[in-house]
Unconditional design. Structure first.
Length: 276
C-alpha cells in the first residue's frame, strides 16, 4: 500500500478530487489516502483513511493574507507530514495546499502539483512555485501551459476533461433558473446559495434550463449539465476566469459569455424574465 497525501481546499478546487484520484490510480495500485484541507471544505472524502484540517490564511477571492494563520498552517502541515510520512504529496487548489507541498518537497518527498482546471493560458501561484523544487511534477489540463513552469517534468493529464457527469445528466429540465454567485458576491450568495452536497448540486444543474454563474469550475459543470449557461467571469486573479469563459464558449454550444453587464445586472435581467 502506498500512502498518498492530498493537499486540497474547499469550493471548486475540491471538486477536482475524483479526476485527480483516478489519474493517481493509473500509476499507483492500492493507494492509501490522507487528506489535508481547510476547515471550510465540506467535500465528500469518504474514500480517505484520514482527514486533517488546517487554517486557511487567504479568504476566497481576497488579497488579504493572515500572518498568524499562515504560521499555524505551516506548523500544522509540518506536524502532519512528520506523523504520516507519506510517499507522495499531491497539491491542488489555493493556499492550504501550498505549505504541505512546499514542506514535502523540502523534505525530499515526491510532489505532484496539479494546476487549477480553469487555468487555460497562465499558471496559478501554487504549482508555479512548487515547480521550482527538483522533486516536483506538474499536471495541467491544457497544452498551452506546458512551457509555463520551471521544470521539464510537466504533463497534460487532462484533469478537467477526465471528469464524468453522466450520473447527473437529466432529460427533464424541471428547474427554470439557477443563479450561482461566487464568494465575491456575498449579498447574492446569501440569497441564492443552496446548502446541499456537491452531488445534489450537480443533480440540480442537470435538471436546470438556464444557469447564470461566474467563470469558476461551476461554469464547466453547468456547461456539461444545464441546457443553457450564461457566464459573467470575475475580473480577479489576472483574468483567468475570462480566459476560461472564452474557452468554454469555444468548446460548448450552450455557453454564452457576457462582458458588458455586471453579474448583478445579469441576475436582475433573468429574475425579470422568470417573473414575466
Amino acid at each position: 500500500m502506498t500512502k498518498i497525501m492530498l493537499g486540497s481546499r474547499h469550493s471548486g478546487h475540491a471538486t477536482a478530487t475524483p479526476a485527480i484520484k483516478a489519474r493517481i490510480e493509473e500509476e499507483i495500485e492500492d493507494p492509501e489516502y490522507i487528506i489535508v484541507t481547510d476547515h471550510q471544505d465540506e467535500y465528500d472524502y469518504s474514500f480517505a483513511d484520514k482527514i486533517y484540517r488546517v487554517p486557511s490564511f487567504r479568504p476566497t477571492g481576497a488579497k488579504l493574507y493572515r500572518p498568524l494563520r499562515t504560521l499555524k498552517n505551516f506548523y500544522r502541515s509540518w506536524r502532519i507530514l512528520r506523523e504520516e510520512k507519506p510517499e507522495k504529496v499531491v497539491a491542488y487548489g489555493a493556499n492550504t495546499s501550498f505549505p504541505i507541498g512546499l514542506i514535502a518537497g523540502l523534505k525530499g518527498i515526491d510532489v505532484i502539483a496539479v494546476e487549477a482546471e480553469n487555468r487555460t493560458k497562465q499558471p496559478s501561484l501554487t504549482p508555479k512555485m512548487l515547480s521550482k523544487l527538483s522533486n516536483t511534477r506538474v499536471w495541467v489540463s491544457q497544452d498551452e501551459l506546458l512551457d509555463k513552469y520551471d521544470t521539464e517534468r510537466v504533463e497534460n493529464k487532462q484533469i478537467i476533461q477526465f471528469r464524468d457527469f453522466s450520473e447527473h445528466e437529466s432529460g427533464e429540465k424541471d428547474n427554470e433558473l439557477l443563479i450561482i454567485p461566487s464568494s465575491n458576491d456575498p449579498e447574492l450568495q446569501e440569497k441564492y446559495w443552496k446548502d446541499i452536497s456537491h452531488s445534489e448540486f450537480l443533480d440540480l444543474m442537470g435538471r436546470t434550463e438556464t444557469v447564470v454563474t461566474r467563470g469558476g469550475m461551476t461554469s464547466y459543470e453547468a456547461a456539461n449539465l444545464a441546457e443553457k449557461v450564461i457566464v459573467r467571469p470575475s475580473s480577479h486573479a489576472g483574468g483567468h476566469q475570462k480566459n476560461f469563459a472564452e474557452w468554454l464558449e469555444e468548446n460548448y454550444e450552450n455557453v454564452e459569455v457576457v462582458q458588458d453587464k455586471s453579474f448583478e445586472q445579469l441576475v436582475r435581467d433573468y429574475e425579470e424574465k422568470i417573473n414575466e
